[in-house]
Write a protein that binds this ligand. Structure first.
Ligand code: ADP
Ligand code: MG
Length: 153
């Protein structure tokens, strides 16, 4: 983990946006950002990196599960499904014993089709949000999940 410190306006947000490939395209940029030696034009940075704003964008009255399910319905799950299928294939080819949780998940989606509920359960689990899945997210006025849980949500 890297802690990035600096006074307000020193460019922390700008640097993080640059690393995530999310800088405004009209900004003039100097220097070069690489991931393991690969330039930002060689791959889709948005698939490897995400910038999480310091401001929470939640609907306080929705539960964590509803929040994720809504997001899944907006974003779709196609590419992730393909990626996991490919991962499973490569694991088999390399004789790697798959992670039991992931394996159960893979079997569940192959039986149930691309059901967003299973995807939601899986995401809840890997983010450690399964224990508060049915708690309202909340905000300053409405008591909800903890600050750390909210960040993960
Ligand atoms: N899109 C932009 N166009 C012009 N100036 C910007 C833009 N984004 C940020 N800046 C300026 O860059 C500087 C660094 O901002 P920022 O990265 O938000 O700082 P920090 O996150 O460290 O507080 C600030 O002076 C800010 O006004
Ligand atoms: Mg900032």
């Amino acid at each position: 983990m890297t802690l990035l410190l600096g006074p307000p306006g020193s460019g922390k947000t700008t640097l993080l946006l640059a690393l995530a490939g999310k800088l405004d395209s009209d900004l003039k940029v100097s220097g070069k950002v690489t991931y393991n030696g690969h330039g930002m034009n060689e791959f889709v940075a948005q698939r490897s990196a995400a910038y999480i704003s310091q401001h929470d964008l939640h609907i306080a009255e929705m539960t964590v599960r509803e929040t994720l399910a809504f997001s899944a319905r907006c974003q779709g799950i196609g590419s992730r499904y393909d990626m996991l299928t490919e991962l499973s294939r490569r694991e088999k080819a390399a004789n790697i014993k798959p992670d039991p949780d992931l394996d159960v998940y893979m079997k569940a989606i192959s039986v149930g089709g691309q059901d967003t509920n299973i995807i939601t359960d899986y995401i809840l689990k890997i983010l450690g949000l399964d224990i508060c899945a049915d708690t309202m997210v909340g905000d300053d006025m409405l008591r909800g999940i903890s600050g750390g849980q909210r960040k993960r949500a």
